[in-house]
Design a protein around this ligand. Structure first.
Ligand code: ZN
Length: 185
């Protein structure tokens, strides 16, 4: 549960910690502003992907479904800095599909938490397996990490790519090749 009062206290302390005066004009509303913002960017904490994935539709053919270039924003749990990029999702139905917007919603549920990219990728894949029960799922994330680009080794534009394969995508490499072909790679 998000505790806005606690966040406000923490941000005031943080400002003092970096040598700022939390009472000065430009900063006096900052703790409250951040607390309200956290409610949004960490809103996935109070959400379950099931809400978005419980409504499925029957289909006759089980051709691969791909939703690509889903923009996401998440927060690195090691530095509390954003990482953001694109998610690409493929699944092979087993008689059931979900509305396409629900795939993007599922990405948001898990992105709006403290994350590491590998875990985010796996959680999206597992939720789709659990709720759509397809023959297989492949999730690919490409993201830029601010903790890599604005500090440390400072490599702007560098991308971290992660993949999670479930079901038939684990056993049949030809399916993954088809995914990359359909992605235009
Ligand atoms: Zn980081």
């Amino acid at each position: 549960m998000i505790d806005e009062k606690k966040i406000e206290r923490a941000i005031r302390l943080l400002l003092e910690g970096i040598g700022e005066d939390p009472g000065r004009e430009g900063l006096k509303d900052t703790p409250n502003r951040i607390a309200r913002m956290y409610r949004e960017i960490y809103g996935g904490m109070d959400e379950d992907a099931e809400v978005h994935l419980s409504r499925t539709f029957s289909v006759g053919n089980n051709e691969m479904v791909i939703e690509r270039e889903i923009t996401f924003y998440s927060t690195c749990e090691h530095h509390l800095l954003p990482f953001h990029g694109k998610a690409h999702i493929a699944y092979i139905p087993d008689g059931k599909v979900v509305g396409l917007s629900k795939l993007a919603r599922t990405v948001e549920v898990f992105a709006r938490r403290l994350q590491i990219q590998e875990q985010l990728t796996g959680q999206i894949a597992d939720a789709l397996m659990e709720h759509i029960c397809p023959k297989g799922v492949l999730v690919m994330l490409e993201a830029e990490h601010m903790c890599m680009t604005m500090r440390g080794i400072k490599k702007p534009g560098s991308q971290t790519v992660t993949l999670a394969r479930r079901g038939v995508f684990e056993s049949d490499p030809a399916l993954e090749e088809r995914f990359f072909r359909m992605m235009g790679r």
